[in-house]
Write a protein of this length. Structure first.
Lengths: 344, 219
């Protein structure tokens, strides 16, 4: 009897811990398996908290003014709005539209051109880009090790109060992994908790018929690359994936973005050239520029009537996930980054 | 008697725990250093020479007998980093050993690493994924001008794989002095008028292949 009791207690404790571990990253049911290798960077609350602090801290930038959140604001699906191209240190302007950050564990590569193959390494790019944070991982780690805040966070996360490049990047990746958006009206409908209006339903059918090849549900992207018929922007001369692979077949191929939270993640396209969903739909119906690398699914024009466009837009608005956009777990960690004053 | 047992323990312990193998790397410009300054072959000044060495393996009759999966970052400006020390079993016999020059594809593709592979070591490209396997920076001191050069050689994707395996025959030696002669590499970049190469691709693969033949064991 005693043995049974011990076994029961052991089992209870073991499964409780397992449940806690699982809860750190919740993959929605019916979604495909995530691509991220969790075994190489086991999740913990402490590492996620460190990553969250780093994400919101301008200490990562050369002039201590630009944080990840400067271009990836939570309320706009972790991208910027209003301007086409990202803004960086010393009033510099980048060459691309900051992508929205969500459901990153399912991505196959990162950046519009797929230059980065692993989420752990993603943060190196903006940290060192002269028009983004203008710093280097070496300088960042040096600054972090001058900060008592990070000595404690690092110790809690890694059992070592000295930050390293690996700790910095692993923690940032862990925070970004938590940014899962899966509670839009579309998701509620799929779970049987609500229903589409007739207009949204018609929009969904139009979506499945015209958009789902590239913007595959439930993630609303295959996360592959495609040339979607945009005219080459003459000043930026951005050829997308070809810039990395040097292969002509990849000319004008850009990573297909997810349409989740599209309502809040304008402007659209790699160079932010379209500021509204209406402009995007106009491009796909009347603006496709033919070329050797054009996506096969766009070789025949998409035909949508004005009413179709309205219905399709109504469906796209069903991809807004306000629980994600306003989740306090993802927001600025005031209690860590703001020093207490007498007012508190 | 107590002292005898202590001595016996130390001897037995020493025997079973193994011996150190020392691998020291050095580099030279080869015959380029001896040439007279000319219009075709300039004088060369090296500022930085860094490269990864890893996956050190010992074999006996083609069978693996020792494998160290670690990667070491060798920096010519840091003499201590050019000497590696491995502990192997005292009873081990080997007639060949090898190492990887650069970082293999699997390690490149498996997320962030610490230690010598920490991105703060300046050997990871930030604008794309991948380690720099071999870094050589300096200047060509030509008659009329000084031309700086930078070669950051890497690449791990299909057709861009640049890491090289380098093997040596041996006879159970404990100390190895490995010489890297940069002459062939430098003659190639002078000939092809390449002053900068900092991205993966066929050129990087070609230069890494030249380096593969530039290592030799020194007596």
């Amino acid at each position: 009897m005693k043995k049974l009791l011990v076994l029961f207690i052991f089992g209870f404790v073991f499964f409780s811990f397992q449940k806690l571990e699982e809860a750190l990253f919740v993959a929605p049911e019916s979604w495909p398996e995530a691509n991220y290798n969790f075994a190489a960077n086991p999740l913990s609350k402490e590492k996620m908290l460190l990553g969250r602090a780093l994400f919101y801290d301008p200490i990562l930038s050369a002039n201590n003014q630009i944080s990840c959140a400067s271009c990836h604001s939570q309320y706009t699906a972790f991208t910027h709005v209003d301007h086409q191209l990202s803004h960086g240190v010393f009033d510099s302007i980048g060459t691309r539209n900051a992508p929205a950050l969500m459901n990153l564990a399912w991505h196959k590569s990162y950046m519009w051109d797929g230059a980065i193959r692993n989420l752990d390494m993603q943060s190196l790019a903006p940290i060192s880009h002269p028009d983004e944070m203008g710093s280097s991982i070496e300088a960042v780690v040096h600054r972090l090790n001058q900060s008592p805040i990070y000595a404690k966070l690092s110790f809690d996360a890694f059992g070592d109060s000295t930050m390293t490049g690996a700790y910095t990047l692993k923690a940032l990746a862990q925070f970004m992994l938590t940014l899962v958006s899966a509670n839009s009206k579309y998701d509620l409908v799929k779970r049987g908790d609500t229903v589409f209006t007739s207009q949204e339903k018609r929009g969904y059918e139009l979506f499945l018929a015209n958009c789902n090849t590239c913007h595959l549900e439930p993630l609303f992207s295959t996360f592959d690359f495609a040339n979607n018929g945009l005219e080459l922007e003459p000043k930026l001369k951005d050829f997308g994936k070809m810039g990395i692979t040097k292969n002509n077949c990849d000319s004008l191929q850009f990573k297909i973005p997810s349409l989740r939270n599209i309502e809040f993640s304008y402007p659209y396209m790699h160079d932010g050239r379209f500021s509204s969903i209406a402009e995007v739909l106009e491009h796909y119906t009347n603006g496709i520029r033919d070329s050797k690398t054009l996506a096969p699914s766009l070789e025949s024009p998409i035909e949508l009537s004005p009413n179709d466009k309205v219905d399709l837009t109504a469906f796209l608005l069903c991809l807004t996930d306000k629980e994600f956009l306003f989740n306090k777990e993802f927001s600025y960690p005031r209690n860590i980054l703001l020093s207490p004053t007498k007012d508190y | 008697m107590r002292q005898f047992y202590l001595l016996l323990f130390l001897i037995v312990g020493h025997t079973s725990f193994g011996q150190k193998i020392s691998i020291v790397f050095e580099s030279s410009l080869g015959a380029i250093d001896l040439r007279e300054e000319s219009s075709t072959i300039p004088k060369i000044e090296i500022e930085n020479l860094k490269f990864y060495v890893g996956q050190i393996t010992f074999l006996f009759k083609d069978k693996l007998v020792f494998y160290d999966q670690a990667y070491y970052l060798l920096d010519a400006n840091d003499i201590a980093s050019m000497s590696l020390s491995l502990e192997i079993s005292n009873r081990l016999k080997y007639d060949e050993w090898r190492f990887t020059l650069g970082v293999d594809s699997a390690t490149n593709d498996s997320g962030v690493q610490g230690g010598s592979l920490d991105p703060t070591k300046g050997m990871y490209w930030s604008w794309q994924s991948g380690y720099i396997n071999f870094k050589l920076e300096g200047a060509f001191l030509r008659l009329k001008e000084t031309q700086e050069f930078q070669y950051h050689l890497g690449g791990f994707l299909k057709e861009e794989q640049s890491a090289q395996r380098i093997s040596f025959k041996c006879h159970n030696e404990r100390n190895f002095l490995v010489h890297l002669n940069l002459e062939a590499l430098l003659l190639e970049v002078i000939e092809s008028k390449t002053d900068q190469l900092m991205s993966p691709g066929q050129d990087a693969v070609r230069l890494m292949s030249i380096l593969q033949k530039s290592f030799s064991l020194k007596e």
